[in-house]
Every structure is written in structure tokens, then in C-alpha cells.
Design a protein around this ligand. Sequence first.
Ligand code: MG
Length: 222
Amino acid sequence: MTIYRIPPTISALLFDMDNTLYSNEEYLRFQFESPVRRLAEIRNTSFDETQREIAEYRKTWAAEHGAAQGYSQISLGNVFLAFGVSIKETVRWREELYEPARFLKKDPKLRGTLSALASSFSLAVVTNNPVLVARKTLAVLGVEDLFGVLVGLDTCGVSKPHTAPFLKGAELLEASPETCVSIGDRYDIDIALPLKLGMGGILVDGVEDVYGLGNWGALRNL
Ligand SMILES: [Mg+2]
């Protein structure tokens, strides 16, 4: 876990979802491979070839944008956009393909942590997955009721890293950006822009780090 910035006053926590509120390699791999497989079918090419092209595209993108922006990772949604799949289409594919209940289950430890945090702060999920997938995921984990706001790929029609989803999360929680903390597992996607917006930022390695936030929050009297 890396704490980049904690604002003096905190009112809201904006959580990334995948590999933040749960860690599951198999499901994360599935979330990459299943839409890539569909893209390969549409382009009438092989999965391996499409995967190779995506890796190549990401490499080139990172080389071109990294130095200028200070971050170099591009989301899968934006990669698909470059391959001719609109955000709207990506949302539809994911809604059709992703079934979190196949991979995830109730997480009482996460619930305990988030319940403690929810007693002091408003909680939102800001994810590159569609709202429907987010809702299903939170329900499977047993924490759906703890989040007042879900911002998904279909809320703003853009993929993180983009200021819109973060600002939307703050707005819906009626929190000014300077009193929000963004918590996620990818610096370039979840942390870099929030820091520029004046938010706090905490980079986690997965849900284990999130479990620690309850104690850490209590100790620091956040
Ligand atoms: Mg993530």
C-alpha cells in the first residue's frame, strides 16, 4: 500500500472496484480474456493475435503519452475504443459476459472494514465496469448497502483515467474534491488524476490492503 496524500479533512472515499474491493486472479483474467475473445471473433482473427495487437497498442500508447501526462497505463475500455468498439458497446459486452457470482463470494472482513469507514465517511465506487456489474459485484461481496453512490463506465460514458467519473462520484456524494480520497490498485488509472484534482490518493495491492484501512483509519482518527 502506498499513501500518496491524505487531505486534512476527509468526507468521502471513492473506491475502485476490481482488485481493490476483491482480489481474484481468475476473474480478473476472465474480464480481460472474454471481451478480447469477442473482439477477435468480430475481427475474424485469433485470440492470440488480438491479444498481441492489444499489447503492442498499449506499449506504443505508453511510449507516446507517458512522459507528457506522467502516467502511461491505458484502460481496456479505451484500448477497445481504439480498436473500434464504442464505450456503449463495451458496456453491453461486459454486462453480457461478466457474472461476478461465478468467481466471488461474501466477504465479511470487507464488510467489517467498510462498515467502520462508512460510520465516518460517505462511500462511493468509481469503476470502469458498468453500473450493473458493479451492483452485482457489491451484492455478491455483501457490501452493496454501504455504498451511497456507484459511478460506472455508463455513468459518464468515459473510462478512467478521466476526470469525469471522479468528479461525478464527489458530486453525487455532495463532497468537494479536496475532501475526497481515491483508493485503487492502479496508480495511472485510479490515483494520478485524483491527485491532480486535489483529492487524496491511496494505492492498494488488493483487498488485503483495504482490510487494513479500517484500523489505519481508526488509528489516525481520520
Ligand atoms: Mg482496479
